[in-house]
Write a new protein. Structure first.
Length: 183
């Protein structure tokens, strides 16, 4: 932006996904695979706006950490430091996750609280398989694109492709403490 040619900010051979600016512009958060991790886990990392070393990392651990893969995908950070993220868990040899949930926490803490599992049926009767493009409207309202997920078959030797389709824009009041939220 601003006329400068684009340049690469990260160099992870496993690929980096779902970038999002911190509200104050002091960094970029994204989903990445720590190279020292053999279970295909994906964590949330934050780097300076011009690239460089990761200065904050947040990984979601599953109940059966030794034999599961846990992947943080999309996330959003509020101006006051609330973090919302979607994490998936499952057998690392399977093409699909067994569990997908929305978690809330604080930017400066490693503690996350599960507040909602997917799939989820909204009060309007729509089925949501996941959420993407998480953002905060103030400190109490989480806004996201609710999605359905289809797995397109491919050739027998190639895993199916994942296709997420937006079905509804949601604004959820998250003033309730995580311990009392629906899950």
């Amino acid at each position: 932006v601003g006329g400068a040619p684009p340049r690469q900010l990260t160099f992870n051979p496993e690929g980096d996904w779902f970038p999002s600016w911190l509200p104050d512009g002091s960094g970029i958060g994204y989903s990445y695979h720590p190279l020292e991790n053999a279970e295909k886990d994906r964590c949330l990392a934050f780097i300076p706006p011009d690239g460089g070393r990761i200065f904050r990392q947040l990984c979601q651990k599953g109940l059966a950490e030794a034999d599961s893969s846990n992947a943080v995908s999309t996330h959003g950070v509020s101006p006051g430091g609330r973090v919302a993220l979607v994490s998936e868990s499952g057998n690392p040899r399977d093409p699909f996750p067994d569990f997908r949930s929305l978690y809330l926490g604080r930017y400066g803490s490693d503690a996350l609280h599960r507040v909602m599992g997917f799939p989820y049926i909204t009060p309007s009767g729509r089925l949501h398989f996941s959420a993407s493009h998480l953002t905060w409207s103030g400190e109490s309202t989480l806004v996201y694109l609710a999605t359905i997920i289809n797995y397109k078959p491919s050739a027998p030797e190639i895993p199916p492709d994942t296709v997420a389709t937006g079905v509804e824009l949601r604004a959820d009041d998250r003033r309730r403490p995580a311990a009392t939220a629906r899950g």
